[in-house]
Design a protein around this ligand. Sequence first.
Ligand code: NAI
Length: 519
Amino acid sequence: MSMAALPTTRVVAVIGSGAMGSGIAQVAAAAGYTVKLHDARPEAVAKAIAGIIGIFNKLVAKERMSAVDAAAAAARLQAAATLAEVADAGLVVEAIVENLDAKRALFTELESIVGDDCILATNTSSISVTAIGGPLRVPQRLVGMHFFNPVPLMALVEVVSGLATDANVAATVSDTAAAWGKSPVHAKSTPGFIVNRVARPFYAEGWRLLNEQAADAATIDAVLREAGGFRMGPFELMDLIGHDVNFAVTQSVFQAYFNDPRFTPSVLQQELVNAGFLGRKSGRGCYPYGAGASVPQPRCEAPQSCPAQVNVEMAPGAHAPVVEALAARLRERGINVPPRHAPEGHASGEAPAFHCNGAAVYLTDGRTATARARDNHHSDTVLFDLALDFATAKRIAVACADQCSPAAFNAVVGLFQAAGFTVTRLDDVPGLAVMRTVAMLANEAADAVQQGVCSAQAADIAMQKGVNYPRGPLAWADAVGVDHVVTVLHNLAIAYGEDRYRVSPLLRRRQASGAAIHA
Ligand code: NAI
């Protein structure tokens, strides 16, 4: 435990004993703190304490907690019938209803109860920490301590500083979260903090792809999972979260940034909410649920034969490692891939990653295959999407230029199938699925860093530990190459003519200097 954490001799008070408050009380008690739980509804406190003790007993049964530790932790949980009973707290964590007036009223009352050295923390996920602290006598001791649901399983805690928050208060809360076994990151109080802001494109690009009929939901989900390495695709994840909840967060962030088009909600999701198709909990969302529901299967291409010879060539720079990984996988499968050679003969255009039976095959750069075929004067043009790891990905998404011959396209499909990929054809949308999602996640994270909301390291930790991304968006941009990510975003901005895809100044600066985002 860090020296600066709240000592275990001090009491932690948790106000609001619902889903979040009981989880927070559980981790604090398990970490050795005496926890006083309070709720406007006393029955909520009784239910929370009984629930936590039940979980401790289950952990004992699974031999993940000793009976002695469980009994001691259970004994550290106390019900506070009135707010006055938390007077001796060293830290109060508020997890009541998500309402500014209610939170202000609670903290104002607490200021007249607790000692001057008591830290006041709010678990709000969408209200300005600065605003909650505004009317307080000592706003310096008010800080955000934003946990993720379910609290005992999710490691991330965003420690959020409002304008008045004392840096030492934030540091103590951060060290205390670490002492509770959590992974804290610092953030400045801005709409969505880190996770709820940077994650928006994961959902939004999914909706955009669906709206443009790139593919159906099941196919897009499969691409994000099996090529992108995400644990769940956007649509199955939103079905789990609930479209009412997810849409409300998107709207709240959109409004909080004064209608910045980056965060524009989707009319498709609004229709689901209008219909009451809220996801799993209502039996229907993007997918049907319940007995007899037929689960839509992702689409893939029919088997094609593998071309005899594949030439690999590439322009120096940008996405060389991506193509090397693919070439290595092809060779492993016994496909004849001659070593890559210099991109001669491409004076009027760019060198593709592969030549395959006359088809030029490129990693998407944010242009459509159709535009790229025109730009390079080469009709038989096929694009492939980004994968988290080309050596192990199960699926790859491709797009075909409108000018491309079926024979050339099928040769490329056969090549990827021979390498062991399930091949999914998306309609020829700019940036395909994984690439545009990752580029937009990195773009949002880069803006958060550039605006001083958090460090690059914090942004990546937050997305890995708060929403289980397989890689931090900025580390991912480094792996793809910042130069290529900027090209993708730039081309998306041209393709759509929308400010939504404007490139983060930080990405442009790193592109110009040639430096990675993580030094
Ligand atoms: P919940 O509805 O499960 O629990 C809230 C509890 O607070 C209820 O038991 C209610 O009786 C009590 N309460 C309401 N007003 C009160 C007051 N003035 N004084 C004392 N108790 C009061 O809500 P949940 O989901 O636990 O959320 C609580 C807070 O945590 C909210 O601010 C929410 O935005 C935030 N949060 C929620 C997350 C989630 O996924 N549910 C994730 C991160 C933060």
